[in-house]
Design a protein around this ligand. Structure first.
Ligand code: ZN
Ligand code: FE
Ligand code: FE
Ligand code: ZN
Length: 266
């Protein structure tokens, strides 16, 4: 099975299971490569529970490295990290990333510039109040800025703003913003992910939407698969469906991070 590069651990405060159980699940599925990508500690003063704490980061790295060594005969385990892209702490993020031997970072926009969290259930209605189009436009602008930093190998769940089912009114305008973000990803030489968690959310659609995925394929932007697992059972979730979707969008391969080479979609 194709590698899953978007996997959390309970160190972030909102996922379950032992890291080892995620590995066991991946091995049982026949995966030969996987990557942990838990939430990098937030460098702004939001409430706790969204990310790992700074004090847990060393332990996270050690845990993943130990598992990688222990399971090296069965599976290649990469040390990754998912980063909340936040404009005001761009430089501290880069500095923190440089302190650790991360093999890749997923840059994710979970919040708008004023700290409004797009994917928090409590903001489900607030998205409409703020303006659905405004939320999409600002989030794509942030994806664009995140890509331009060059800090991220992968840009995560591009259209997270749809999580609760909100659809833009000005579909064309929003699509243009998304296209601009994709061009920034392309310029940065980064990849995007097909994140299957959207199928488990109210929207019932993987991130990104099929038309956005097709636009990325047109630009030859490399693709990875990610389950965004927050429990061991979700490792590799819906990867067969994701593979079919990627093919329909025009992809014939995904990016293997260990060697940077394309891996044919089976
Ligand atoms: Zn999470
Ligand atoms: Fe995320
Ligand atoms: Fe995630
Ligand atoms: Zn995520």
């Amino acid at each position: 099975m194709i590698a899953d590069y978007h996997i959390h651990t309970r160190l972030c405060g909102h996922a379950e299971g032992e890291p080892r159980e995620y590995v066991e699940r991946a091995v049982a599925l026949g995966m030969t490569e996987m990557g942990f990508s838990d939430h990098l500690p937030l460098l702004v003063g939001w409430e706790p529970g969204f990310t790992m704490r700074r004090a847990d980061l060393d332990g996270y790295v050690a845990t993943v490295q130990d598992l990688a060594a222990e399971y090296s005969a069965d599976i290649r385990i990469l040390l990754g990290i998912e980063v909340d892209y936040i404009v005001e702490v761009e430089e501290p993020i880069e500095a923190l990333l440089a302190e650790y031997p991360f093999e890749y970072a997923i840059g994710s926009v979970h919040a708008l510039e004023d700290g409004f969290i797009i994917d928090h259930p409590r903001n489900r209605d607030a998205i409409g109040v703020r303006g659905v189009d405004a939320v999409y436009l600002e989030s794509y602008a942030l994806v664009e800025r995140a890509a331009a930093t060059g800090s991220f190998r992968i840009l995560g769940h591009l259209d997270l703003a749809k999580k609760f089912g909100h659809r833009p009114e000005d579909a064309e305008g929003v699509a243009a913003a998304a296209a601009s973000a994709l061009r920034a990803v392309k310029r940065a030489g980064a990849a995007i992910e097909l994140n299957t968690a959207g199928w488990r959310k109210p929207v019932g659609e993987a991130y990104p939407a099929p038309e956005l995925l097709a636009a990325a394929a047109d630009l030859d932007i490399p693709l990875t698969l990610g389950s965004d697992a927050h429990r061991p059972d979700d490792v590799g979730a819906d990867f067969a469906r994701a593979t079919a979707l990627a093919r329909e969008a025009g992809y014939s391969a995904v990016l293997r991070l260990s060697d940077g080479r394309p891996q044919a979609l089976a």
